[in-house]
Design a protein around this ligand. Structure first.
Ligand code: NDP
Length: 230
């Protein structure tokens, strides 16, 4: 049975990915700052920015499950603040969670992933390519994550495949979605956590064996839509 680790899986997209992988029959470990409530998954409290906590997480999987077939590096958050008032601490906290955590997780998990010929999926964002104002730390972290993805793919292949999903707007129940929010998407709707979960399951599995170092834009077509003000 495959063993997958999902970070930030107590809520939102990560919870959706974890539920899908459990449904597919995998053994799932959810690492989050909060306890995760997902039937069939093992919940571990872990701050993925802390190297010692990440090492303990991986050691715990080696001890309990004895193997690791994939890591989904999903934990992340955004600070919206004008660059003139964004503190160095705030900048660093976003980079630590959204980018450095993937380095820590892959560093600690590489030997088990090599043994299983495993796969890593990073969750970046279309904001790696385009921006709204006042999102510098988030955009930089996601652009860095995209670059880290292809660097890892080249370094760790052929044993380990590493791919990136860049979601657009995914409904995680934080906002009330209006009809016009759906309608502006070429696909006709805002994304769902299930959209990210199904692509993640594919990238973790054997059917994607020839894919590594790649980015998948999952945005209902929004980054392909030309917008001019009238
Ligand atoms: P949520 O805030 O709903 O869930 C993120 C989870 O990660 C939370 O449970 C959070 O815990 C946890 N987390 C945050 N920091 C850490 C940490 N240091 N260690 C462990 N767990 C942590 O986010 P989403 O589901 O919306 O986003 C998931 C990923 O997808 C993120 O990387 C995000 O940038 C990306 N993304 C999301 C999009 C969207 O539209 N939703 C679009 C594009 C990308 P807590 O709440 O306690 O902080």
């Amino acid at each position: 049975m495959s063993v997958f680790l999902i970070t930030g899986g107590a809520a939102g997209i990560g919870a959706g990915i974890a539920a899908r992988l459990v449904q597919d029959g995998a053994t799932v470990i959810i690492a989050d700052k909060e306890p995760a409530v997902c039937a069939g998954a093992r919940s571990v409290i872990c701050d993925v920015t802390d190297e010692d906590e990440v090492q303990s997480l991986i050691d715990g999987i080696a001890g309990a499950e004895g193997r690791l077939d994939g890591i989904v590096c999903n934990a992340g958050f955004m600070i919206r603040k004008p660059v003139e008032t964004l503190s160095l601490g705030e900048w660093s906290s976003v980079l630590a969670t959204n980018l450095t955590s993937t380095f820590l997780l892959v560093k600690a998990g590489a030997s088990m992933l090599r043994a299983s010929h495993g796969s890593v999926v990073t969750i970046a964002s279309t904001r790696a390519h385009m921006s709204e104002p006042d999102t510098e730390s988030y955009a930089a972290s996601k652009g860095g994550l995209l670059a880290l993805t292809h660097a890892l793919a080249v370094s760790l292949g052929p044993d380990i495949r590493v791919n990136c999903i860049s979601p657009g707007w995914i409904d995680t129940q934080h906002y009330r979605i209006r009809p016009e929010d759906h309608a502006q998407h070429p696909a006709g709707r805002v994304g769902r956590v299930e959209d990210v979960a199904s692509l993640t399951a594919y990238l973790l599995g054997p059917d994607s064996g020839f894919i590594t170092g790649a980015e998948f834009i999952l945005d209902g077509g929004m980054t392909r839509k030309m917008i001019y003000a009238e």
